[in-house]
Design a protein around this ligand. Structure first.
Ligand code: ADP
Ligand code: MG
Length: 658
């Protein structure tokens, strides 16, 4: 009785919050169960497809209680989005991520503690810093949410070692439940997530898996039709599909160059298309993305850099022009079609050559230790970082210039960097960009004098001081755009004035960096001392090989429901045939009633009386009978030895026939 009414109260409370802050009337499937589980204090793992509404699963329960929710999230862009979204709803939220200066971090942490902060987003690298630990006891944490939780598993497709630090955090927060969220994780990865997040150094025997409650949304997408085509000409097939299926589309490609090529070829066919990849500037990317979301551009041809955090309901087709390297990615990317529940198509194109290439991928992605060492040494030379130096520093890293100077293979470098990142040596992220920063380098009196002498620069100084509290005392990230807006000035003019102030020594002005940044996690080691965990490295390589085998098998399988195959891959054995994928349709077309079978059987026997025919001739002699159905009966009769094929390829009735 008592517990019943508690949970009724909780139900009411969470509905009120949903309505009050988001204006939504009801929860989506599983959201309520997940929230109630969290509120009961259980560690919970939630598997829901992208766009399924995972954020609310931690945001709502955290808001029912005093205190704040600590959200661990790997991507700066997503973090910023979330913080902005919460602030729009008048919920106090902050974020701490790589790229912020120490002063900025301190400032944010202080604000978090002294304000009614409800959500703090933190990138995993930041968790174990002394600074964070110093402030943690001052935070009244009521829930820890781990977004993209598959990143904690080295068996997953996107392992990020800093995620392993989350477990240690739990020691500092005894009794606080953890909610782990991910869109796709195999059974093995699900178990690994629970294990890794429970393991406490002080209590290694704790039997973790029993304590977890796991919620998994079905992988069924009733309105999404999967199909796979082997093609000679990708572009022709893409044009064919886009001509048949109207509406918004995404074409995923492996290479940046190809996105542009395909987009141009589509334009030649009068299909509205644009291309997108991470090599484009921030502004250009936002523009292209917005135009696509607004349906000004119909088709976006992109690399897999596109789509994170995008919530466009009316995508009708997702075409993969190249084979993705695992089903996790495929499922997520294909799943961007048809969020509105209307019929949509996920089409995967491939050729044999590509599959053979894919099989080579593990050797490419996991370079040898010697290669890794060579790359590390070259980077240190290129950036002029002496041994023992560099820890915690950012460097501009122009990878193409680097490749040119050192004449290294670009793949080897890319994957050696990845290995070095996973082993905790350095981190390279093209997405990291540092905002512009300003730091006053004068005293108040000098500033006053300066303003008197340079009245033209006075407005910009005043605006800086007014818009950025504390800017006089420590370096602060600023937005030139916002200052320009406040001053009703052109942004280029504002930048020019900031540069002048910089030259006069009034401020230190660092412009926004679009160049990719390389970050030394540890000080530079001598190559001899560079260590990597060899068994772990080898195991991850094998894991990739097995994921690729699964992908290739998915492509090659023609007699099983594709949706079901995906479900089974993620550990859901309970799914029914979708009835709309290529394989289901093929099956439907050729499923025969007993009467049909008998009719076709009789026709074949009659047609082959006293003569033998080639398969093609036989099929056309059967007239109106569907080819697939006829084939099915022919195969059956052949298997039963009732008909046979001679050396010249002609089919005749078996002499052994009784
Ligand atoms: P995920 O993290 O699972 O990819 P998000 O949490 O970003 O998904 O949510 C995707 C979208 O769904 C958001 O725009 C969110 O506002 C919306 N949404 C989530 N839950 C509900 C709900 N119960 N009712 C209506 N819209 C919802
Ligand atoms: Mg999310």
């Amino acid at each position: 009785m008592a517990s019943g009414s508690t949970s009724d109260n909780q139900r009411r409370a969470i509905h009120t919050i949903l309505k009050q802050y988001w204006g939504f009337e009801s929860f989506r499937p599983l959201q309520e169960d997940i929230i109630l589980s969290v509120l009961s204090g259980r560690d919970t793992l939630a598997l829901m497809p992208t766009g399924g509404g995972k954020s609310l699963c931690y945001q709502v329960p955290a808001l029912t209680r005093e205190g704040m929710c600590l959200v661990i999230s790997p991507l700066i862009a997503l973090m910023k989005d979330q913080v902005e979204n919460l602030r729009k709803r008048n919920i106090t939220a902050y974020a701490i991520y790589s790229g912020m200066t120490r002063q900025e971090v301190i400032h944010t942490l202080k604000t978090v503690i002294n304000s009614n902060c409800r959500f703090l987003y933190v990138s995993p690298e930041r968790l174990e810093t002394a600074l964070f630990k110093e402030y943690l006891p001052g935070m009244h944490v009521n829930l820890v949410a781990v977004d993209e939780a598959h990143c904690i598993s080295q068996w997953g497709y996107d392992f990020r070692p800093p995620y392993l630090r989350i477990a240690a955090l739990r020691e500092e927060l005894p009794g606080i439940p953890v909610l782990a969220l991910t869109a796709s994780a195999t059974k093995e990865v699900q178990d690994d997530i629970c294990n890794k997040l429970t393991y406490l150094p002080s209590n290694p025997n704790k039997n973790s898996l029993h304590d977890w409650k796991v919620f998994r949304q079905s992988f069924e997408r009733a309105n999404l039709s999967y199909s796979v085509f082997k093609v000679d000409s990708r572009i022709n097939k893409i044009i064919e599909i886009l001509s048949k299926v109207p509406g918004s589309g995404i074409v995923y490609c492996k290479s940046r160059r190809r996105t542009k090529e395909i987009s141009e070829l589509l334009q030649l066919q009068n299909i509205s298309a644009d291309f997108y990849h991470a090599g484009l500037g921030q502004q250009e990317r936002s523009r292209k993305q917005e135009e696509w979301i607004a349906n000004t551009t119909r088709v976006i041809v992109c690399t897999n850099a596109f789509g994170m955090g995008i919530d466009k309901p009316d995508v009708r087709t997702v075409i993969h022009a190249d084979v993705p390297d695992c089903l996790e990615n495929y499922y997520q990317e294909a799943g961007r079609a048809g969020r509105d529940g209307k019929r949509s198509y996920a089409v995967l194109l491939y050729d044999e050559h590509e599959l053979r290439e894919l099989e080579q991928l593990p050797s490419l992605r996991f370079p040898s230790l010697d290669d890794i060492k060579q790359v590390y040494q070259s980077i240190a030379n290129y950036l002029r970082v002496p041994a023992g130096d560099g820890e915690g520093q950012y460097f501009d890293f122009d990878i193409s210039d680097f490749l040119k100077k050192f004449k290294l293979n670009s793949y080897t470098v890319l994957y050696a960097l990845k290995a070095l990142e996973q082993e905790g040596w350095l981190s390279f992220n093209e997405q990291v960009f540092l905002p512009a920063r300003v730091n006053f380098t004068t005293g108040k009196n000098q500033l006053y004098e300066f303003e008197k002498n340079y009245p033209l620069l006075e407005p910009v100084i005043k605006t800086l001081l007014r818009a950025y509290e504390g800017i006089f005392d420590y370096p602060s990230p600023i937005s030139e755009m916002m200052i320009a807006r406040l001053l009703r000035e052109d942004v280029e003019k504002v930048k020019e004035q900031l540069r002048q102030l910089n030259q006069y020594g009034i401020i230190e002005y660092q412009q926004q960096k679009d160049t990719p940044q390389l970050f030394f996690l540890k000080s530079r080691s001598r190559v001899e001392d560079l260590s990597i965990n060899k068994p772990g490295y080898a195991a991850r390589k094998e894991k990739l090989a097995s994921r690729i085998r699964e992908m290739i098998q998915f492509i090659g399988t023609t007699n099983q429901c594709r949706s079901k195959m995906i479900g089974v891959y993620f550990g859901d054995e309970s799914m029914n045939d979708c009835g709309i994928c290529d394989n289901c349709l093929r099956k439907k077309n050729i499923s025969l009633t007993q009467e049909e079978f008998d009719d076709i059987h009789n026709s074949i026997v009659a047609t082959l009386q006293n003569r033998s025919l080639r398969a093609k001739e036989l099929l056309s002699a059967l007239g109106s009978i569907k080819k697939e159905k006829a084939w099915k009966v022919i195969e059956f009769l052949q298997a039963e030895n009732k008909i046979e094929m001679d050396e010249s390829g002609k089919i005749n009735l078996s002499s052994a026939r009784p």
